[in-house]
Design a protein around this ligand. Structure first.
Ligand code: EPZ
Length: 417
């Protein structure tokens, strides 16, 4: 991706459906033999990976509209989620719960390492084991068997989003009641619960730390519209702010963006939020802020990299602490290559600004890191070349077209090597 910086973003753009809500809901299609029709599904690499994973199990997947995907697991033909797919996309591991609940048997590859931290799956495994599953880890695969799942009380060591989702999808078909304590409260968990309820599941308390699931005999088909992507929203809000532009996001999920709006306002950015929709503008200087990533409703780790790019332009010293993942500052080194002044010590980054950013060749290391480099490039002098943009295509739909429509000079070229 080649970006020529220095142009303020101006205009209005529609957000896509949420990636992190879509992926687990797609896995939920395994729980019923009837069709699950999903609307507002983003066209992303990760969605294609999830489709490939489901098709491998025997699920039929058909795009029934530009953003409408119909999944039907009429008959499952395999219980295997292979390494090739799980290592490409960790969210694949969330097929364990539904597969086990539907068939009593699942063999799912463990995901292995990750660019942003160790990201183990121990909480998924412990939780699902507590529901009466025999689990062995052999040859890099989790092999799980259960004659039937039995509801249980499960306490999570930390409020993991993926573990909460995986356990919830196993528990909806278990006998009796499951209680997940210290559950994740993220909007994506709430969205999955809404989808499961529309399929006939009995779930209470999603969005709080205690989720109660009353198992049912079977689930049925449903029609579900995916909510807009709060991380895409936050990313474009930050991009508008760094360029000193004015951007409206008419379908932003405003109520999910409180922490982001608060931090942007604290840094001197104008944000107007009403119902669904936000407008972001800036014409004055940016102020430094202190920021700590936390589970929802705290500031999301998925917007930390983008905020770091913005804070390189504020007048003063900002302090960013990453508490969710232990290695999520890879973008800082690339930002430094563009002229940013960032000092890292353990989970904390000290960002001194305003730094003059100059275009440079930089390399994306993960999805959100790629976005932070695009954001920095929008404010940099001259041309920035960002390589490995396939990371972006995993999670941002048509980003170049959307930013282009807001006035950014951004172009996608083929890699020469
Ligand atoms: C989800 O990942 C998101 N992915 C991530 O978004 C997001 O950063 C993360 O939640 C936190 O909000 C999807 O929804 C597909 P966690 P997940 O389990 O579920 C530790 C993006 O860029 N942990 O809440 O994997 C873990 O190591 C991605 O879109 C265990 O120790 O995150 C981490 O430190 C990146 N054992 C913390 O919990 C476990 O069994 C939170 O992870 C599970 C997690």
């Amino acid at each position: 991706m080649i970006v020529h910086g220095g142009r303020p973003l101006k205009g209005s753009v529609m957000l896509s459906g949420s990636k992190n809500a879509t992926l687990p809901i797609m896995m939920a299609s395994v729980l019923t033999d009837q069709p699950l029709r999903l609307r507002n599904v983003p066209r992303l690499r990760d969605v294609n990976t999830a489709i490939a994973l489901l098709q491998g199990l025997g699920v039929s997947a058909e795009w029934t509209g530009e953003h409408e995907l119909t999944l039907q697991a009429a008959k499952l033909t395999s219980n295997d989620a292979p390494y090739e797919l799980v290592k490409t996309m960790r969210a694949s591991f969330c097929v364990l719960g539904p597969l086990l609940a539907r068939t009593g048997k699942a063999r799912v590859s463990t995901p292995g390492g990750c660019a942003i931290g160790a990201r183990p799956v121990n909480l998924h495994i412990t939780g699902i084991r507590t529901l009466g599953t025999r689990i062995q880890i052999r040859h890099g695969y989790v092999e799980a068997h259960a004659d039937h799942l039995e509801g249980a009380r499960i306490w999570l060591d930390n409020p993991s989003v993926g573990a909460t989702e995986n356990i919830m999808m196993a528990a909806v078909l278990a006998r009796g009641r499951t209680t997940i304590e210290n559950a994740a409260r993220e909007p994506e968990v709430q969205e999955l619960a809404r989808a499961l309820v529309s399929m006939g599941a009995r779930i209470r308390g999603s969005g709080t730390h205690v989720i109660e699931i009353e198992g049912v005999e079977r689930l049925h088909g449903a029609d579900h519209e995916v909510v807009s992507d709060r991380i895409e929203a936050g990313s474009i809000m930050v991009a508008a702010a760094i360029t000193g532009g004015e951007v409206e996001l008419p379908n932003a999920p405003t109520h999910e963006l409180d922490a982001v709006i608060a931090k942007l306002r604290e840094s001197g950015v104008y944000v107007q939020a009403n119902g669904d929709g936000v407008t972001v503008a800036r014409d004055g200087k940016l102020k430094p802020v202190e920021l700590r990533t936390l589970p929802y409703p705290g500031f999301p780790t998925d917007l930390q990299a983008q905020m770091m790019a913005l804070l390189t332009q504020s007048s003063g010293t900002s302090v960013i602490t990453e508490t969710i993942f232990e290695n999520r500052f890879m973008h800082a080194l690339e930002l430094t290559r563009m002229g940013a002044d960032i000092l890292m010590k353990g989970p904390t980054a000290v960002v001194r600004g305003p730094a003059k950013l100059l275009g440079a060749p930089v390399m994306a290391t993960d999805l959100r890191a790629s976005m932070s480099l695009i954001i920095a490039a929008l404010a940099a002098e001259n041309q920035t070349e960002i390589s490995r943009v396939y990371h972006l295509d995993r999670g941002y739909e048509a980003l170049d077209a959307k930013l282009g429509a807001l006035g950014a000079q951004i172009e996608r070229v083929k890699d020469e090597v």
